[in-house]
Design a protein around this ligand. Structure first.
Ligand code: 5GP
Ligand code: ZN
Length: 114
């Protein structure tokens, strides 16, 4: 999509601190981390949010979870725990309208979220 920030990051047009990359996914550090480890995992293709997922995206969504687990283990978060979250729409505070999962770890987190 022409004017999408995360499409530009996926294409390398906007720099990012890349963590992992697969054929379909990119993981990079959030520019404004809210936890000691704050990684964003995105599909390289544009999908506005989880509401726009199609049947064909089933495998890709599974890969997001596998990649999150891989990064969490790499960063030593497996034992302490972490959170994997995708904000969708205004009530959740979604600010970038390209599907992304926040991988948050390295500190205790409250529940329910604010
Ligand atoms: P949302 O609020 O949509 O769930 O999350 C968007 C996330 O993207 C925020 O945590 C924000 O800090 C991050 N973000 C916004 N612009 C950039 C950017 O240019 N680079 C990186 N690495 N992260 C960004
Ligand atoms: Zn996009």
């Amino acid at each position: 999509m022409n004017d999408c920030l995360f499409c530009k990051i996926a294409a390398g047009e906007i720099p990012s601190s890349r963590v992992e990359e697969t054929e379909t996914l990119l993981a990079f550090d959030d520019v404004n981390p809210v936890a000691p480890s704050h990684v964003l995992i995105i599909p390289k293709k544009h999908i506005g949010s989880c509401l726009e997922l199609a049947e064909d995206d089933r495998v890709m969504v599974g890969e997001i979870h596998l990649l999150a687990a891989k990064i969490a283990k790499q960063r030593g978060l497996a034992d302490s725990g972490f959170r994997l979250v995708t904000n969708t729409g205004p009530n959740a505070g979604q600010s970038v309208f390209h599907l992304h999962y926040h991988l948050l770890g390295g500190r205790g987190m409250s529940w329910p979220p604010g």
